[in-house]
Design a protein around this ligand. Structure first.
Ligand SMILES: O=C(O)CCC(=O)C(=O)O
Ligand SMILES: [Fe+2]
Length: 411
């Protein structure tokens, strides 16, 4: 049960994690207990049991309707499952070395395009491969014993999903199979399901639910786009919206997973800020610093009409999290690096900062299983695609919930 094993959820909050000392002594204990939640025992024990029992039937009906009227290819596992196995056998060794090459290339080369509203880094930046570290322990899994996350009552959803997410920064609800319409419903329980700017190249939007975007290389018609390398660099999403619009939860729902590569990397900028990785002076300086973000540097805006270009925005590097109260470190890419507002000077390139955080182990690499719904708080962590899947099929449905102004009273 969550309350019994979940010393993470009931234990010291993020507010308590102020220094590496405290983190080491106390939070290590907290995360050990919180790694895996046996949540199933509580589902159905609270709320209206009858309504919950009926929910799966209603959902089945709605899913059948959505699938019948949808323009999307829903036979993903059928279509790609066998092909994947065959390809896996043929390509495993070839891909393993390709993956290694892609990794080392990613350390020195910028990605060409992201198609997900992400930043485009400057050339020749240093991107060390993450090694699983502190964030791997903070990451939490939610298992619902075959139930859909949509069946959770508001109370269960808040306790088991939303609050766990705020506390851990990144969580994975395992074993789900949501349609695009259902993923949108889930997103709306966390905030406003946002539409990416119209100018982004979006034949990868779901045709029926534009808030849902396809990530990977499988198009709506089922064809595989070759050589996709989107988002293979550290970034925070949505920075072009400025404050507070960038306060987003990202949701990625794994549909087709390649036999090699295709992991997603995360970096815990928040825990890094609260560790002794930074000296007291550096922390003060980070608090005094801002990042300028311009659509000019964002690849997705490259085909934008002038009227679609958003004004430049200046973001604080350190700001309190609107829900946890914890100070967060938000360092989206900007070519000149961080700007110290007091001393009126640029002082640290973002890539140097990211490299330091990687080297100090503030990372986690998610190895996908089909059915995963990974949710992360864009304000607490930054992320990247780890690439290395070549032309093996990969598909995740993606959505974003803006929680700056939580919608529909669900939070
Ligand atoms: O493809 C991935 O692993 C990450 C995609 C990404 O950056 C995003 O969904 O914002
Ligand atoms: Fe992204």
């Amino acid at each position: 049960m969550l309350s019994a094993t979940g010393s993470g959820v009931g234990g010291p909050g993020l507010r308590g994690v102020e220094t590496a000392g405290k983190w080491g002594a106390q939070a290590r204990k907290w995360i050990m207990g919180a790694r895996k939640y046996g949540i199933a025992a509580q589902v159905g024990n609270t709320g209206d049991a009858r309504a919950q029992a009926e929910a799966p039937e209603k959902r089945k009906e709605m899913r059948a309707k959505e699938r019948a009227s949808s323009k999307t290819d829903h036979n993903l596992q059928g279509r790609f499952g066998a092909a994947q196995n065959e390809q896996a056998l043929k390509q495993a060794s070839k891909e393993a070395s390709r993956q290694a090459d892609a990794r080392s290339e990613a350390m020195s080369t910028p990605a060409k395009s992201s198609a997900a509203g992400d930043d485009m880094p400057a050339p020749a930046m240093r991107f060390p491969t993450p090694k699983d570290g502190v964030l791997k322990n903070r990451y939490a899994e939610v298992r619902l014993d075959g139930r859909s996350v949509l069946e959770l009552s508001d109370e269960d959803f808040k306790n088991k999903v939303a609050d766990t997410l705020w506390k851990h920064g990144i969580i994975c609800v395992k074993g789900q199979d949501l349609t695009p319409g259902e993923l949108k419903q889930l997103t709306e329980r966390l905030g406003e399901a946002i539409l990416l700017p119209a100018c982004f190249a979006f034949d990868n939007r779901d045709p029926d639910h534009h808030e849902i975007v396809r990530v990977g290389n499988i198009k709506n018609d089922g064809s595989v786009v070759p050589k996709v390398t989107a988002a293979e660099y550290w970034h925070h999403d949505g920075n072009f919206w400025g404050m507070p619009g960038y306060r987003l939860v990202n949701l990625l729902h794994a549909k087709v997973i390649p036999p090699v590569g295709g992991n997603t990397g995360f970096m815990d900028t928040t825990m890094a800020l609260h560790s002794d990785m930074f000296s007291a002076e550096e922390k003060e300086r980070l608090r005094d610093s801002t990042c300028l973000v311009s659509c000019k540097w964002i690849s997705d805006f490259k085909n934008a009409k002038p009227e679609d270009i958003l004004p430049d925005v200046t973001l604080p590097c350190v700001s309190p999290h609107p829900i946890t109260g914890q100070e967060t470190l938000y360092v989206p890419f900007t070519p000149k690096g961080l700007y110290d507002q007091k001393r009126k000077e640029h002082w640290k390139p973002n890539d140097e900062l990211w490299a330091d955080m990687c080297e100090n182990g503030y990372t986690y690499e998610h190895r996908w299983e089909a059915g995963d719904i990974l949710m992360w708080d864009n304000l607490q962590v930054c992320h990247r695609s780890m690439g290395g899947y070549g032309d093996n099929p990969r598909l995740l449905f993606r959505a974003q919930a803006r929680y700056a102004q939580p919608s529909k009273g669900k939070m």
